[in-house]
Design a protein around this ligand. Structure first.
Ligand code: LLP
Length: 439
């Protein structure tokens, strides 16, 4: 078992995170409960920034807030001096509500609505990552209407396949995202943007996938893009000031995962960009990255209470927790693997394997298969590690299960940052039936 960040076993023999006993947290806030190790998030944020500084590269590290967005989280991101990637009006609204500095907000998305683009223009956000011709035209029209200029990046699909789960590949040619780098689309987009007096093309963006364990894909993408930039330098006398290489740096969910350190990801990529720009005799652009999972994934732990169990003789033992695919859909959606321990007695002798079922009305609602644990009893607290990215943000109300609360822990203190949803919250938007039947 590998403990991330400040997680350890305390003198009571309980799992402790951020100096706080998780059994006490479960009592105080109830379960399921998402717990975030704030100092680990800070360490990761500082690690990325330090690497750029060490190499003397101008940079922006933008937190991909789709991984986990909340007012407190974005305030923390701001405290650490990062920028922010948002992909919807809702994520942008949360950033504004958190008083996030607008000039460090970057707006992504393959189908931004008029309302969303207007919101971005009205708030004067740092830049819009333009994804397609429809958006380019829409943005141009809105800028004319508001008589406003906006910095943009053009998103390209460089045709690089990253080694990761198929569902989360975004860099290959056959992708819904971005302008194709090879078939002339991106040149057309660049030409139109450069002609516009409203669009200020800061540079190019690409994102090749997620949960990537090595830098080969990033390096190939960077090479292809820089070769293009060399052509554009001649063709359009244009050279971007920004190259945004997206996010996707992998994390260690289980023993099988072997990610690089943030430092290695960033330095290996930068060294290649430096080499390639030098080769073409180009100047070094500012490098932006957009880590989501690698900033928050390992910092999150979900606490559940064990309830029922079912023994299928000679097959397996099921134990059920008080959450499931409603608070962590990743196992059902991507066959994602997790590790877990009993938070109230993590050092008891491991006796057998249990399969951890959620409480949703669906056979596929299984969180972990065949997990070695001590003899499990009802009311034990199960801590599932590495749930900090795409856990809360993809949580849902299937079966009308309220979403769990989120607590931050740091230096021995816990802080509730998202409240537990209530049953009243669940029916808040419901309206009564206006019956057409006369009874
Ligand atoms: N930038 C862009 C343009 C992206 O599309 C993404 C993720 C990121 C940055 C951040 O990637 P990260 O560093 O977190 O890997 N729901 C899936 C992940 C989808 C990722 C989508 N885009 C999951 O639970 O694994």
């Amino acid at each position: 078992m590998y403990f991330h960040g400040t997680s350890k076993i305390n003198e009571k023999g309980h799992l402790e995170i951020g100096g706080v006993d998780t059994v006490d947290l479960a009592k105080k806030h109830g379960t399921p409960l998402y717990v975030y190790d704030v100092s680990l998030i800070r360490e990761r944020a500082r690690g990325f920034k330090r690497t750029f500084d060490k190499l003397g590269i101008k940079s922006q590290v933008a937190y991909a807030s789709k991984a986990f967005s909340s007012i407190a989280m974005l305030s923390l991101v701001n405290e650490e001096g990062l920028s922010l990637d948002v992909v919807s009006g809702g994520e942008l609204y949360t950033a504004i509500a958190a008083n996030f500095p607008v000039d460090r907000i970057h707006f992504h998305g393959n189908n931004k609505s008029i309302e969303e683009l207007e919101l971005a223009l009205d708030y004067n956000i740092g830049c819009i990552v333009v994804d397609n011709f429809y958006e380019l035209e829409l943005l141009q029209q809105l800028c004319i209407k508001k008589d406003k200029q906006i910095p943009i990046l053009l998103r390209v699909t460089p045709g690089i396949e990253a080694h990761t789960h198929d569902y989360i590949l975004t860099g290959q040619e056959d992708s819904k995202f971005g302008f194709d780098l090879q078939n002339g689309q991106v040149e057309e987009a660049l030409r139109r943007s450069l002609e516009s007096k409203y669009l200020n093309v800061l540079g190019i963006h690409c994102h090749i996938g997620s949960q990537i364990f090595d830098t080969t894909g990033f390096i190939l993408a960077a090479r292809k893009i820089i070769d293009k930039l060399a052509e554009w330098n001649n063709q359009f006398s244009y050279f971007p000031s920004v190259l945004n290489l997206g996010g996707g740096f992998g994390i260690r969910y289980t023993d099988e995962d072997e990610p690089l350190s943030p430092d290695s990801y960033v330095s290996e990529i930068i060294i290649e960009v430096q080499k390639r720009t030098r080769f073409h005799n180009l100047s070094m652009p500012e490098i932006w990255i957009e880590p989501g999972r690698s900033l928050v994934g390992e910092a999150g732990t979900t606490l559940y209470t064990i309830g029922s169990s079912k023994d299928v003789p000679n097959v397996r033992k099921y134990i059920a927790v008080d959450g499931g695919m409603s608070d962590n859909i990743r196992p059902a959606l991507y066959e994602a693997k997790y590790e877990a321990i009993l938070a109230n007695r993590p050092t008891d002798e491991v006796k057998e394997k249990y399969s951890i079922a959620g409480k949703c009305c669906e056979s596929g609602d299984m969180l972990i298969w065949d997990l070695p644990l001590p003899n499990v009893e009802s009311n034990d607290i199960l801590a599932v590690f590495c749930t900090g990215a795409y856990g809360y943000s993809m949580a849902n109300n299937y079966n009308r299960i309220p979403r769990p609360p989120v607590v931050f822990v740091e230096s021995g203190e816990d802080q509730l940052v998202i409240k537990r949803e209530t049953y009243e919250d669940l029916i808040r938007l419901d309206l009564p039936l206006q019956s057409k039947i006369n009874l």
